[in-house]
Design a protein around this ligand. Structure first.
Ligand SMILES: [Fe+2]
Length: 245
């Protein structure tokens, strides 16, 4: 019998090389159920191609803040200059049909025994960041499943909650889930990691083994950088990728 394996990824951000490398790695890991946690577009040079590949998966997808910004005419004033530039670029290059599809995405979903959200469960539409144990506790209040997967910070990390308080677990590639504990798992970013590791990040979750595995996948960084510069996007967008920042 085929074992159910979820491949859970977030923040592709128009980085086609990173996204294709993750697709290949998921195939190698025998992922049966891909799940996308949003921010497919923004920042990098291939929004249309990345979105097409996500849509072709016909998998569950939730909305990220960049997806919302690109799909609407909302003012980017509250975004930093590089983020605003990426949003403008994606707006210009996506088809209307793609924007309508992005606009209709849900903010969170329950899938089997777990929940997915781009930012946090307490106020998903406010796009709060969960970086600290205190911030994780706010999200845990609204978490009705043992497991929740999120993205948004571009930093892979995992919080566990037992007896009311949340703590960040030490970074390991494999996490065996314990009964009686709840988990909030940030899967990191495919297309723009910010945890000082440039490789694409995602997670494989195997319910039958109660196991979460963090994957880091190298990709053709030089090509991604060249495309960013050739597209007329700012050099810092290209340089930050190599720093994992
Ligand atoms: Fe993002």
């Amino acid at each position: 019998m085929i074992k159910v394996k979820y491949g859970i990824f977030s923040d592709i951000h128009s980085n086609l090389e990173a996204w294709c490398a993750v697709l290949d790695d998921m195939a190698g890991q025998q992922v049966t159920h891909p799940v996308c946690l949003g921010d497919i577009v923004g920042y990098n040079a291939n929004p249309r191609e990345c979105l097409r590949l996500v849509r072709e998966l016909h998998c569950p997808v939730i909305k990220g803040n960049h997806d919302e910004m690109v799909a609407t005419a909302h003012d980017t004033r509250n975004y930093n200059a590089l983020a605003g530039e990426g949003i403008a670029f994606s707006r210009k290059h996506l088809l209307d049909d793609d924007k309508i599809w992005l606009a209709r995405l849900p903010l969170s979903l329950r899938l089997g025994n777990f929940t997915v959200v781009h930012s946090s469960l307490d106020e998903p539409a406010k796009w709060n960041y969960i970086s600290t144990e205190l911030e994780a506790e706010s999200s845990f209040i609204y978490q009705n499943t043992q497991l929740c997967f999120c993205g948004h910070t571009h930093v892979a990390k995992i919080f566990a909650q037992q007896a009311g308080s949340a703590r960040e677990l030490p970074k390991t590639a494999r996490v065996e889930l314990q009964r009686g504990a709840r988990y909030l798992v940030n899967v990191g970013a495919v297309g723009q990691p910010r945890d000082r590791d440039w490789r694409a990040s995602y997670v494989v979750y195997t319910p039958a083994d109660a196991l979460i595995e963090y994957r880091r996948v190298p990709y053709d960084l030089a090509l991604t950088r060249k495309k960013i510069l050739d597209a007329g996007l700012s050099e810092p967008l290209a340089m930050r990728l190599g720093m994992g920042a």
